[in-house]
Design a binder for this molecule. Sequence first.
Ligand SMILES: Nc1ncnc2c1ncn2[C@@H]1O[C@H](COP(=O)(O)OP(=O)(O)OP(=O)(O)O)[C@@H](O)[C@H]1O
Ligand SMILES: [Mg+2]
Length: 346
Amino acid sequence: MLKSFFNKREKGKRRQSESQSDLNPNSMKIRFFGGKGGVGKTTCSAIFACSLAEKGYRTLLVSTDPAHSLGDLLGVNAQKVHKAAPGLWVKEINSEEANENYIKEVKGNLEKLTAPEMWKEVERQIDLAKNSPGADEAALFDELVKVILDAQGTYDQVVFDTAPTGHTLRLLSLPELMEAWMDGMMVQRRKSQDMNRMLSNIAGVREEEPVDMVFDILQRRKYRFTMAKEHLLNPVTTSFYFVLNPERLPIIETEKAINILEKHHIPIGGIVVNRILPEHADGQFIEKRREQEQIYLDEIHEKFNRLDKVYIPMSTADIKGLEEIKGMTGLFSHFNNSEGTKENNP
Ligand SMILES: Nc1ncnc2c1ncn2[C@@H]1O[C@H](COP(=O)(O)OP(=O)(O)OP(=O)(O)O)[C@@H](O)[C@H]1O
Ligand SMILES: [Mg+2]
């Protein structure tokens, strides 16, 4: 399965390189920030997005984490797209609300197609599906696709602040699953339509062929996922940044996650090593920690040798508010400047 996926991607790659518009350096870029819980994904994605806005890119910073903290970090209400600074807009995707809205839409569409005596049962089945495991995630992915497609033409850069690694990896493997699932649904739908047609012919009923709304909806949905998948797998437009701390578990988790993303051919943009002890910190305790930290920094250097890296020092207190974020944008100049691979060592 991975092989055929890879072949598709290779073909896609060739198509892209033939298409001038996809290679246009002005085409919209998508960046994901992922990593273990609490390592600084929200903080670092906000600093990065802010640095892009300062460079003149129209930047949309989107949180896909169901436990949002982006609005709190910037002190804004981001339930709807909110302009936080010149060139910077922020938005929190609400997966529960997205799920509700999606179910409402499905009900609206299906009610028109269902015999009234059947509706109660159909509605019950839809409600069960809404509460089934993975439904919020599927709705979240739907919203993510919507954000990507709607952002085209409006923004130059979309930066996603994601939920801790496991959740995000599942989210990114959804397009493949959903495409396959929708292919199956569409085949079933075609079969049942053919059967109906055959029965009508046998019964001698000649009716005008009705527009198949269900098939139409499935096809549109599949098209959207395919478009989003092409975006997400295009190294010209998409890259994934990992945030980690110089500690044992974040290093292990990042290594595993990078392997999974590479298997799915999702391009890795670089890593952000956050919360490094600042040079001016002193004292016996800090010195001990620094020794330990250096071991992990060496390990990071070795393990992620070929990836771009940015190093962020630990602040004396939590980072919050736009002004503080703005004060740190210089740390990210390395990422948004270059296609190169130089490091700004700590
Ligand atoms: N370099 C830093 N120096 C000091 N505090 C930091 C630094 N980076 C992040 N923090 C603080 O650590 C806490 C967690 O950061 P943040 O919310 O960005 O992590 P996260 O990875 O998004 O967490 P979650 O997995 O819960 O979404 C916040 O209180 C933040 O202010
Ligand atoms: Mg966060």
